[in-house]
Ligand binder design. Structure first.
Ligand code: AVJ
Length: 325
């Protein structure tokens, strides 16, 4: 049965994505220290592994955020008064249903606009929401939120949700640019709902990113399989060890892959030989943790006024903010 009320707009084609991967891999694999962007974790297998991570006993983030949405979505929906929910980095749109339900209950919701770089995941998630919420028009956008904020779907009053502490993957410089760009893209009536993970006992943080069953390790190594497939590379994921460390100076988790022996990896699509020393790291991800004061300050610096926070005394926090107008 065809799904009505569903459109998919493609601002980022598979060719664009491949070009970014080529550029990022060339830059990162020839840099010192070597690095890769966490964007490449999320092919089909990586997305499935991340889904499994969200159910791990050690990975408290998703449960904490869901708990906050269960308790406060009605209040957030009332405060936002939005007719359109835009979701950045929507993934499987799992927790989104709590917001969609609360916004439907206000009687205002017309439109859901999920935005993600992963076209397959996005199409599946958007179709599911369109089926479950026949009264809501679903306008999915395949896009990169670093590049396409100026093309966000419109609405009379939008609530832009950026959940799951995805913002933690950005460096402070990327965060500043992203928040400035987003502030510019919003009108005075729009609102931002941001989910951020909070600083806590390093032992719990390390456990969350180095779980006992090794799911996070497999998720991390999957980045190498993506390079093998997409860029004709010859990584042996078995030659790399998963490393997750709390970086107290920068207040973020550093996630790396550490070569266990000296070896050379060929990257066919880049015509590149990459030598790893024994014990050399490939940095794959940061996951920044915040204090409530710091995230509210960073928002203010980018032109946002915080209208409310939820969960600030616990593991995870939601912030509702508006552009200063
Ligand atoms: C999806 C970026 C929020 O940083 O916690 C989970 C990704 N990496 N385990 C996070 C992730 C390793 C996750 N984010």
């Amino acid at each position: 049965m065809p799904t009505t009320g569903l459109t998919v707009e493609v601002l980022l084609t598979p060719e664009d994505l491949r070009e970014s991967l080529l550029a990022d891999a060339r830059r990162g694999l020839t840099a010192r220290p070597k690095s890769l962007s966490p964007v490449w974790f999320y092919d089909e297998h990586g997305s499935a592994l991340f889904d499994e991570i969200t159910r791990l006993p050690e990975y408290y983030l998703t449960r904490a955020e869901r708990g906050l949405l269960e308790a406060h979505a009605a209040e957030i929906a009332a405060a936002a008064g939005a007719d359109t929910l835009v979701e950045l980095g929507s993934g499987t749109s799992d927790k989104t249903r709590l917001l969609l339900d609360a916004m439907t209950a206000t009687g205002r919701l017309h439109r859901y606009a999920p935005l993600d770089v992963s076209e397959d995941t996005l199409r599946a998630a958007a179709a599911a929401v369109a089926r479950e919420y026949p009264a809501v028009e679903v306008h999915a956008v395949v896009a990169d939120f670093h590049r396409h904020l100026d093309a966000l779907p419109g609405g009379r009053r939008r609530l832009v949700a950026f959940l799951g502490s995805t913002i933690g993957n950005l460096t402070p410089e990327q965060r500043r640019r992203f928040l400035f760009d987003l502030d510019c893209a919003l009108t005075c009536d729009d609102r931002l709902l941001l989910g951020v993970d909070l600083v806590k006992d390093p032992g719990r943080l390390v456990a969350a990113y180095d779980d006992a069953r090794g799911v996070t390790a497999a998720f991390n190594r999957n980045a190498l399989s993506v390079l093998n497939r997409m860029l004709d590379a010859s990584f042996d994921p078995g030659m790399f060890e998963h490393v997750a460390e709390w970086n107290a100076d920068d207040q973020w988790m550093d996630i790396r892959l550490r070569a266990t022996t000296e070896h050379v990896v060929k990257v066919g699509a880049l015509d590149l030989d990459v030598r790893f020393q024994r014990g050399e790291d490939l940095h794959t991800e940061i996951s920044a943790k915040f204090t409530p004061e710091r995230i509210v300050d960073e928002l203010a610096y980018a032109g946002f006024v915080s209208e409310g926070t939820w969960g600030g005394g616990g593991d995870f926090m939601l912030v509702l903010a508006r552009p200063y107008c």
